[in-house]
Design a protein around this ligand. Structure first.
Ligand SMILES: *[C@@H]1O[C@H](CO)[C@@H](O)[C@H](O)[C@H]1NC(C)=O
Ligand SMILES: *[C@@H]1O[C@H](CO)[C@@H](O)[C@H](O)[C@H]1NC(C)=O
Length: 353
């Protein structure tokens, strides 16, 4: 009888662990109620992902496309990734592939993930790109040459504290905070750890003279960004459905201030440079990202958070689609009344707000 009891207890735990717990974390069950915006158009020329994007103050948007990520769908698994440029001032946007210049850069293994820009006092724009050549992790530093529509490769950064990078926020030409999602080294083992929620991940500050873990214990740390005044860092914890606010100190350390809970997998965070609002690309039914089925595609959802530092931040779903129009949104960013939404491996959508 005792043995039977023990056995059923073990079974219960096994069910909790293997079924219920991960499914909750992956938010498997939620169906999406559509939230529409007027005047939405798919951006022509983007068909194989727009994983991350960043809009410059002049309306030029950088988009990373063609990510190959273990366990996640890719419509062009044999092609290298690329960096795209879209001018949001144009009525009918055209997508331009940025030429990459630099003899030390291997374009064939380019696998871009999170991106971030830094503009210095001379208005030089640096583009920092998380890259996964052969599923390793590096940060590539480029200088944007607007006239030539090209990226000049300046440097490849590797470090043992940057083993499986996801997203990055630049605070200087070679200075950044980055999230490690613990997913890339030893893919098979790590994906089981990830599935079971044992793959704790962390945030690192990197500069040429100092590299340090600044926050850890996340259940898949994903998006990261910074407030316009540079005083707060926002981190999305994908599988815990949380956004954390950290206070950033002059010595680059971070102290936790508060966190917000969501009923969706929170991916990239972009920050409106004017209002300071957070725009978050989300996966309302995340399991469909990890187990792709074209008949039942992953949905898209965009959330806007206003006044995040106050007692009662205003959280609103601005856009939601069941995957008919846009599959697997990861990121959303605004420019002059326009909303640009990117996806893991699908298209990109531009809407009027
Ligand atoms: C960094 O600055 C914060 C706030 O001033 C302080 O509390 C902390 O001890 C400092 N940490 C280090 C390692 O200097
Ligand atoms: C998604 O919504 C559209 C329109 O509301 C509907 O026609 C379609 O069947 C839905 N698709 C799925 C997969 O639920």
């Amino acid at each position: 009888c005792d043995r039977l009891h023990l056995l059923s207890l073990l079974t219960l735990w096994a069910i909790l662990f293997l079924f219920f717990f991960p499914r909750t974390r992956l938010n498997a069950f939620r169906e999406v109620t559509p939230v529409e915006l007027p005047n939405c158009n798919l951006v022509k020329g983007i068909e194989t992902g727009s994983e991350d994007l960043e809009i410059l103050p002049n309306g030029l948007a950088f988009i990373s496309s063609g990510l190959r990520y273990p366990g996640i769908k890719s419509f062009e698994p044999d092609k290298p990734g690329k960096m795209l440029l879209v001018d949001l001032n144009e009525e009918d946007q055209t997508v331009l592939e940025l030429k990459i210049i630099g003899s030390k850069f291997d374009e064939y293994s380019f696998n871009p993930h999170g991106i971030s820009t830094f503009t210095d006092e001379d208005n030089t724009v640096y583009l920092l790109v998380v890259n996964h050549p052969d599923f390793k992790s590096t940060v590539e530093v480029f200088k944007f040459q607007e006239e030539e529509k090209s990226l000049l490769h300046l440097k490849t950064i590797r470090h043992k504290l940057l083993p499986n990078l996801n997203d990055i926020v630049a605070v200087g030409p070679e200075h950044f905070y980055a999230t490690n999602d613990h997913y890339f080294t030893d893919v098979y083992l790590k994906s089981w750890e990830l599935y079971l929620g044992l793959a704790w991940s962390y945030v690192v500050y990197y500069s040429p003279t100092e590299v340090q873990v600044m926050a850890d214990g996340f259940d898949f740390a994903n998006g990261i960004n910074i407030s316009p005044d540079g005083k707060y860092v926002y981190i999305s914890e994908l599988l815990a459905h949380k956004i954390h606010v950290y206070e950033k100190h002059a010595n680059w350390t971070l102290t936790p201030l508060k966190s917000l809970d969501f009923n969706t997998l929170v991916d990239n965070i972009s920050v409106d440079p004017v209002t300071g609002d957070l725009w978050v690309g989300c996966h309302p039914n995340g399991i469909r990202i990890f187990f792709y089925d074209s008949e039942n595609p992953p949905a898209s959802e965009v959330i806007r958070i206003q006044n995040i530092l106050t007692e009662e931040p205003k959280v609103r779903v601005v856009y939601a689609d069941n995957g008919t129009v846009l599959q697997g949104s990861t990121v959303a960013s605004v420019y002059k009344g326009k909303l640009l939404v990117g996806t893991v491996f699908h298209k990109a959508l531009c809407c009027e707000l």
